[in-house]
Design a binder for this molecule. Structure first.
Ligand SMILES: *Cc1c(COP(=O)(O)O)cnc(C)c1O
Length: 405
């Protein structure tokens, strides 16, 4: 029997209430919808910096632009390398390519799908400018460990926290987005909190914050009387209309994460007795979604067969998260970047052409093809929804076991 589960694509799984409607109405009635000369985006930036625990926040038009701000703030030379994970949204690497820098893919932890200090260390070269660490699905990546291998080489660490509001990385206090030099967040439809499209970038460094402001605003210095473009920048401005809604969403993020944690913890309990099933540790996880990995040598079946056994249930599940690692997308394999130049992937000015071949990151490839299963949970899940999804996950396991005999 098919069940309809709450979805982040509509009000069933999105927490949007009268306060957001009042905020949008306030801005609409004012007739002042953009941020220039307004108060909402500036207030959002102050409130977000305070929430995350950093000195500065810069609002932008998407999570992808938030990462682009971070990369541009570092002012990389063309051909500089950025170490990135293969299992993530394209927004993690678009800003790298748009700055004419080269994404270098490092392999991931087989359970969380996040970069590790060892995998990053293996990819550092004299050309490495920064590492973009993704807290995948809200699971805390080992930012401190990665920072240790980067600090001694003068390599910057950017945290991509688009899926990781209030995630707490291991080894201390403080949220994801406070350990790296810069942290990036998204307000897109599917994230923990949303205004449809939007982004936020945080840092403690006033110089980087100023560069990010300029970059998101055509290089135009709003903090001075100078009428001049100080650098290449885009119009990545968030509107005051979106910012007003985002300010209300910020007040909800604590309860959103709390409810998602409760749903995920219960699903993990339901899976606990199934041999060959491993879930990421609960500690510090903020559950953009719930995930598990199979050990096919124990189960006798892989992620495709498992998810296939849930067909028709309506369960919001998927095998592998992506169809292919990012380095196997046409954008990179065929270098569809700038005309026929292949730039910046065609080297020089990079030292060597990057490796985007099959087998580049075997762990990530195996997660996609064989082991990783995701379940799209959200704070709209009732206890009944959670138990129903738990039933599907357990029943499909048993069914897949029989199918593999
Ligand atoms: C969603 C996402 C992005 C991009 O955010 P958009 O707002 O969709 O541009 C970047 N990185 C990760 C890890 C994401 O999940």
């Amino acid at each position: 029997m098919s069940r309809t589960y709450p979805s982040v694509d509509d009000s069933s799984g999105r927490t949007i209430g009268e306060e957001e409607i009042a905020a949008a109405t306030r801005v609409l009635r004012s007739g002042h919808l953009w941020r220039i000369g307004g108060t909402e985006a500036e207030a959002l930036e102050r409130e977000f910096a305070e929430l995350i625990g950093r000195e500065h926040a810069v609002a932008s038009s998407s999570g992808s632009s938030a990462v682009h701000l971070a990369v541009a703030a570092l002012d990389p030379e063309p051909g500089d390398e950025f170490v990135v994970p293969p299992l993530t949204d394209a927004g993690t690497i678009i800003g790298v390519l748009a700055c004419n820098a080269v994404p270098v893919f490092a392999d991931v932890d087989p359970v969380t799908g996040c970069l590790t200090s060892d995998s990053v260390a293996a990819c550092l070269t004299p050309r490495t400018r920064a590492v973009v660490v993704v807290h995948l699905f809200g699971a805390p990546a080992d930012v401190d460990g990665i920072k240790r291998v980067c600090d001694e080489r003068g390599v910057a660490v950017i945290e991509d926290c688009a899926q990781a509001y209030l995630t707490v990385p291991p080894g201390g206090t403080g949220y994801a987005g406070t350990r790296g030099l810069i942290g990036c967040f998204s307000l897109q439809q599917t994230k923990h909190i949303s205004v449809g499209e939007g982004g936020l970038t945080v840092t403690d460094d006033p110089g980087l914050a100023r560069r990010m402001r300029l970059f998101a605003d055509k290089g135009w210095p709003r903090d001075s009387a100078e009428r001049n473009h100080l650098m290449l920048g885009y119009n990545y401005r968030l509107t005051d209309l979106a910012a007003a809604i985002a300010r209300v969403q910020l007040t909800r993020v604590g309860s959103v994460v709390e409810r998602r944690r409760a749903v995920a913890t219960r699903l993990t309990e339901r899976l606990a007795d199934l041999p060959g099933v491993t879930v990421p540790a609960d500690t510090g996880h903020s559950y953009y979604l719930h995930s598990l990995v199979l050990d096919p040598s124990v189960t006798g079946f892989g992620n495709r067969a498992y998810v296939g056994a849930m067909a028709g249930s309506g369960a919001p599940v998927g095998a592998g998260y992506l169809a292919r690692p990012l380095y196997r997308t046409t954008m990179l394999t065929e270098r569809r970047t700038y005309g026929t130049s292949g730039y910046p992937l065609s080297a020089p000015p990079a030292d060597t052409a990057p490796d985007y071949g099959v087998g580049r990151c075997p762990v990530a490839e195996r997660m996609i093809e064989e082991t990783l299963v995701i379940a799209l949970i959200n704070e709209g899940f009732t206890d009944e929804d959670t138990e129903a999804l738990g039933d599907v996950l357990v029943d499909a396991y048993k069914q897949a076991l029989q199918g593999s005999d």
